[in-house]
Unconditional design. Structure first.
Length: 293
């Protein structure tokens, strides 16, 4: 090793599904020594051909280094896989999708076994890993100093964003962001269903749709401003009343096009409640608060 060579942090990776394999290949390509384990050995063998060291058991993989990254099916799998591993002095980064409470419990579980813990929420799909221009990233929560220590290594596969000291914050924001995504997918699905039987080019319509959604996305900043304002926002009664008054047009159009309104109806009902229920603010903040019941 020359005086100017920077030694790369060794990584242990447990779990080689589509996401785990993508993560593994980016660390290998960046020159990080990598030890891998997978319940199905064939996947580990494929990475061995690319330079990874394979371990016969999770315990052996954990013993190979300090930084242990976990990317498994669910939280129960994490407990099962690490049950016999000695975690004393290890730094566990859990990228397994979980709930906020599961993440907090897993942080306590790791601490009781002598490990430091970061929880992660992956805001990317496997093809986005190792491709910075796609905009993918991982949210990390837990001790700030632990995140800072491994920031460069964690940022090799995709962007690394710190989400807070509370170990549940990465999982919470992961689910919140994905929930918004599914809401967008629901609206997109309904929109394409409306035009499905007409002589309209779906590709041309997609251009209109993406442009419109992009133009509407900044409305999130307005809701955030209302939620953080020192004073309660003024009631935007006319705007919400106008929108509620317009909902029959959407429902009638769906019926005329032979499209189920099941994806729109719940939000329309929430809007109606926000307008009619006593003592509710008639604005986006009021709709958010209605959901807290």
């Amino acid at each position: 090793m020359t005086p100017h060579t920077v030694e790369k942090t060794p990584v242990t990776l447990l779990g080689l599904g589509a996401m785990g394999s993508a993560l593994a290949r980016t660390w290998l390509a960046a020159g990080h020594p990598l030890t891998v384990w997978n319940r199905t050995p064939a996947r580990a063998g494929a990475l061995a051909d690319e330079g990874a060291r394979t371990a016969d058991s999770p315990a052996a993989a954990v013993a190979a280094g300090t930084l242990v990254v976990v990317c498994l099916l669910d939280d129960a799998s994490v407990g099962e896989v690490l049950a016999d591993a000695d975690l004393s002095g290890k730094d566990v980064v859990n990228l397994t999708t979980s709930t906020p409470d599961q993440a907090r419990d897993r942080a306590t579980w790791a601490s009781e076994r002598g490990a430091r813990y970061l929880d992660g929420g992956i805001m990317a799909i496997p093809p986005m890993i190792g491709v910075p221009e796609t905009g993918g990233y991982v949210l990390y929560s837990g001790p700030r100093d632990l995140f800072d220590h491994y920031r460069d290594t964690l940022a090799v596969p995709t962007g690394a964003t710190y989400a807070g000291e509370d170990p549940g914050f990465a999982a919470l924001q992961d689910v919140a962001l994905l929930s918004a995504m599914y809401g967008m997918f629901a609206g997109t699905t309904h929109a394409f269903a409306l035009i499905r039987r007409e002589d309209l080019d779906p590709a041309a319509f997609a251009g209109l749709l993406t442009g419109w959604l992009t133009a509407m996305a900044p409305a999130a900043h307005g809701i955030a401003a209302e939620l953080t304002a020192d004073e309660a926002p003024e009631e935007d009664v006319s705007s919400l009343a106008m929108q509620v008054a317009g909902t029959p047009t959407f429902l009638d159009t769906a019926r005329q096009q032979g499209v189920s309104a099941e994806l729109l109806a719940p939000y329309f009902e929430l809007m109606r409640r926000g307008l009619t229920e006593r003592n509710e603010a008639k604005n986006p903040k009021g709709l958010v608060d209605l959901l807290l019941r």
